[in-house]
Design a protein around this ligand. Structure first.
Ligand SMILES: [Zn+2]
Length: 101
């Protein structure tokens, strides 16, 4: 199940599925603060796509929007981070304790 919101820096993005998206798997919109994921994707593909869009958001939020996007690098980095999180549940639990209450 997709999260309903992803916060990147100070910006909360609403995460929605998109039934009409045929060509792209996902999209991040900085003006409406939304991340759309194609509803036809299986769970693992949806997670990879969400991580891909998060990496785009991190790139723009923390590095500025230069208009240059290395899609291949973003895809590889997103897939790698997702695999590390999947393969290390203790890491995820440790990160969970870092969240302010
Ligand atoms: Zn992309």
């Amino acid at each position: 199940m997709l999260p309903t919101t992803i916060k990147i820096g100070a910006v909360p993005f609403a995460v929605n599925t998109d039934d009409h998206e045929q060509s792209n798997w996902g999209h991040i919109d900085y003006t409406t603060q939304t991340i759309k994921i194609a509803s036809r994707l299986a769970p693992h593909s949806a997670a990879q796509t969400l991580m891909h869009e998060i990496i785009h958001g991190i790139e723009v939020h923390f590095e500025g929007n230069s208009g240059e996007h290395d899609e291949s690098k973003i895809q590889r980095l997103g897939n790698a981070i997702l695999l590390v999180l999947i393969d290390n549940p203790d890491l995820c639990r440790m990160i969970e304790t870092l969240r302010p209450v």
